[in-house]
Design a protein around this ligand. Structure first.
Ligand SMILES: *[C@@H]1O[C@H](CO)[C@@H](O)[C@H](O)[C@H]1NC(C)=O
Ligand SMILES: [Zn+2]
Ligand SMILES: [Zn+2]
Length: 446
């Protein structure tokens, strides 16, 4: 109430006074806006809203679904959007959903959550443990969906404030499937000016966020190679061509790419994580399959690594009298570009998150070699990705993402919901402020 009046005042101030000095309008609106974002956070923390967000998260956690199979998750999202009276498009990229809140007109800003789980067995014993053997929400995407629905609830509650349209993007298949790319191919970014995404973080304190301008996560690719020799009796090696030894040499040679060919200041990783071959103590097998991942930040470095991985595998196999084929699996697992945050949106984020959490709780972070398919959106429009803290030392250490012991501190969920909502709402307000200033100036000059 007081809060609506306050925002109304800011807006009317901007509209009535065509040439406010920049400093004045900035301070007034940022003071006003910190009240807005504080209201968002308080709303998300209200018992009934918090319980509802947590309930959604637990329901999704109990029924984890892998990439492009998020049918029940998608259904649950749509049921909640229906309940709130928020229109949406579906299906996009098999299970994807895009909801719309606001004026229905430009500017358009997108908020994104990923929906998929991982093919692993949950080891946490609790009431809402995964009910599907071998599948688990171990990356927190259940929380991401719940937070975006929480943002939907906030934005819907305060919809009179929205000077534009927010797209709620629920995408499938982040874990290697490139769901973001399929959403883009379906045209969801048309006319969208900016997109925001977040990931919960187990080692960042609750109430803090972290990010940076520029590269924050690496580009990522996968490879698999079959190294073929000639099987035979393990005691008569001269009659065989041993693919196990050849594969071992291949793996050692691959290590030299980063240690000897890469610029030490240009971070890169090659990891061979898969080695399959042989089944008996006394038989040399016909072939061995190895596989792994490679990471780099720049497109050039990434392309160079890809080429050298292929050359080294084939060349080193040949030295060992074996043949090798290399597959980069880019049909099923498209290469992820590096996640690169827009500089302007970084400033916007610092302002919005700083208003809500206090600027000391908005941390600058070093880039990580992990990757995110959020980067696909950033190749098309300015985008911003950040980490949301959930560590609470009084509750003990949390396991990292992709661990079977991964747990979410649900107290972090209102923060994510409120930040999503504030980033979009604040974006519209800032834009309005800029256009008002601009039109004021133009008027002056004429
Ligand atoms: C490698 O490929 C060549 C050409 O196809 C073939 O003659 C040779 O037998 C293969 N060697 C092995 C170890 O598979
Ligand atoms: Zn993950
Ligand atoms: Zn994730």
């Amino acid at each position: 109430m007081g809060f609506f009046k306050c925002v109304f005042l800011i807006l009317s101030f901007l509209l009535v006074d065509p040439v406010p000095s920049f400093a004045d309008s900035y301070s007034v609106s940022s003071k006003g806006f910190s009240e807005v974002s504080a209201s968002f956070l308080n709303f998300a923390k209200k018992k009934e809203v918090f319980d509802w967000i947590v309930g959604v998260r637990r329901k999704i956690h109990e029924n984890p679904e892998l990439g492009y199979e998020e049918f029940e998750t998608s259904k649950l999202i749509r049921a909640e959007l229906d309940e709130m009276g928020i229109p949406y498009k579906h299906p996009i990229a098999v299970t994807g959903v895009v909801g719309f809140i606001g004026s229905g007109k430009a500017p358009f800003v997108a908020l994104r959550a990923d929906m998929d789980a991982l093919p692993m067995q949950e080891m946490v014993e609790w009431e809402h443990k995964s009910k599907v053997p071998g599948k688990m929400h171990a990356c927190g995407h259940d929380g991401h969906v719940a937070m975006l629905l929480g943002a939907a609830k906030i934005l819907h509650e305060y919809r009179e404030l929205l000077q534009g349209t927010v797209l709620l993007v629920f995408q499938p298949a982040e874990e290697g499937g490139g769901g973001a790319k399929k959403m883009i191919d379906a045209g969801i970014l048309e006319n969208v000016e900016a997109i925001f995404g977040l990931h919960i973080s187990h080692d960042l304190p609750i109430g803090e966020v972290a990010s940076r301008a520029g590269p924050i996560l690496a580009g990522s690719g996968f490879f698999e190679a079959v190294i073929s020799g000639k099987g035979g009796h393990a005691a008569i090696p001269q009659h065989s061509i041993d693919p196990i030894l050849a594969a071992s040499n291949v793996i050692v040679s691959l290590q030299h790419l980063v240690s000897r060919e890469a610029d030490p200041l240009d971070s890169q990783v090659i990891t061979v994580a898969k080695f399959q071959g042989g089944g008996a103590f006394n038989v040399i097998p016909d072939s061995v399959t190895i596989g792994g991942t490679f990471r780099a930040f720049s497109k050039e470095t990434f392309a160079q690594l890809r080429q050298r991985i292929e050359e080294v595998i084939i060349g080193q196999a040949t030295v060992q009298r074996c043949n090798a084929t290399v597959d980069f699996l880019d049909k099923e697992k498209p290469f992820f570009p590096a996640t690169i945050n827009d500089k302007g949106l970084h400033e916007h984020f610092r302002k919005v998150a700083g208003d809500m959490l206090g600027i000391r709780n908005v941390k600058e972070m070093q880039p990580l070699m992990g990757s995110e398919d959020f980067s696909f959106y950033q190749e098309v429009i300015p985008g911003y990705f950040f980490f949301l803290g959930m560590m609470d030392e009084t509750k003990g250490k949390l396991a990292s993402v992709h661990s079977p012991f991964f747990k979410i501190n649900e107290d972090a969920l209102p923060y994510g919901a409120a930040l999503h909502a504030s980033l979009a709402t604040g974006y519209f307000l800032e834009l309005l402020q800029k256009t008002t200033l601009l039109s004021g100036k133009q008027h002056d000059e004429m």
